[in-house]
Design a protein around this ligand. Sequence first.
Ligand code: ADP
Length: 442
Amino acid sequence: MKHMTVKVRLTVCLTLLMGLLAALLLGFMLSISSSVTLQAAMTQLEQAVRSELSYVSVEDGSLVLDDGFTFYSGGVYILVYSQSEALLAGQVPVSFTTSEPFENGEIRVSGDYLVLDLWVASGWDDGVWLRGLMQVPEQGQTAQNLLRMAALALPAFLLLTILGCYWITRRSFRPLDRIIAAASAINDSRDLAARIELPPGRDEFTRLAGAFNEMLERLEASFETEKRFTSDVSHELRTPVSVIKGACEYAEKYDETPEDRQETITMIHRQADKMSALIEQMLQMTRLEQGMELASLTACDLGELTQSVCSEQPYGADRLLVSVQPGLTAQADPALLGRLLQNLIENGFRYGKPDGHVWVTLARQDSEICLSVRDDGIGIPQEQQEAVWTRFYQADPSRGSGGAGLGLAMVRQIAQAHGGYMTLESVPEVGSVFTLHLPDAS
Ligand code: ADP
């Protein structure tokens, strides 16, 4: 059974079941036909014996049989016995060998015979027994006919069942064959962008194909993320690695004094720090893209979160000014929102004037909750405002922020993961306002 296909297994099971049902039905019909035959024989016996009653009488203690009396008719033997059970008239068939006690009006089976006795009374205490004997009918013709029919019909019926079951299962499993073929084609071509065509309807196969497609979508997304991560990492790490290699080669050839060596070590250290910050940031982004960190969305008091993040900043309350409308909540991941706010505040100071300020404001506006971070820094020219959200974009790398141009890309991703979006207003040399817009659930 294990090595058979599901189609063959189903066909075998259904055929066995149908065969069993047909056998049961045949047995049932045979038993009904036997009881019907027996019943008919009993009726015939009773009618035959009762029809003789009117021809039998006892006069002055002697048995009188009228002319119409018959001893044998239609397979029924009629016998007359005295009160003391001595045979007065008729002939006991040779094959009736049992001695059956008399019992008035009850048909019984005795040996191979059906027996019916009727008491023919004469006065108070005289009378004779009229006994009818008839051979128990054999299963005979009806059963034989039935068995003959079954012998012909059953194989044909089973053959039809096998063909029918196989045809139905083949038809029903056709969408599955198509799903298997599509999945194998995807596997062979390694084309994760391909999808399985959904069979019409809403049965298990459609759901299976849908689940397959969803799985392919996730696989494709995670494969893409991984590909992008690998290419980003190799691209971004190339510069610091070549700086470190160059510094090492230079140091081997020319660094003679401890001061020279110390300078090279410091430079290598700086590049290594940059690389490690870059890798950490990229890992965070990748995890975010794969939705790993979004498992913990909870009802979050945004005012409390804003105050807490701002209080951890090292800039002092005279430079970082916070204004919070209390009672605003949202379904959020506090760690991610904290990271978003921290990023914006750090950028505000990093790209600000030496003694610049940053204003953090949380307030409800129309049907949104807005968390904005404003600075009075260098601002961003209009034509660069869209580009700052893309990965690795740095408007002015010469400012040496120490970042990798990933901060705002991550900010935008966190906003989207919370069902929100980011806006930017900026005027060069005046300042910038970055605003997170979240849907107001309250
Ligand atoms: P990073 O700060 O690591 O370079 P970000 O993604 O945070 O990366 O920022 C991308 C670029 O956008 C920065 O290089 C900078 O040029 C510009 N930028 C970000 N925030 C501000 C700001 N508050 N004021 C002016 N420019 C900014």
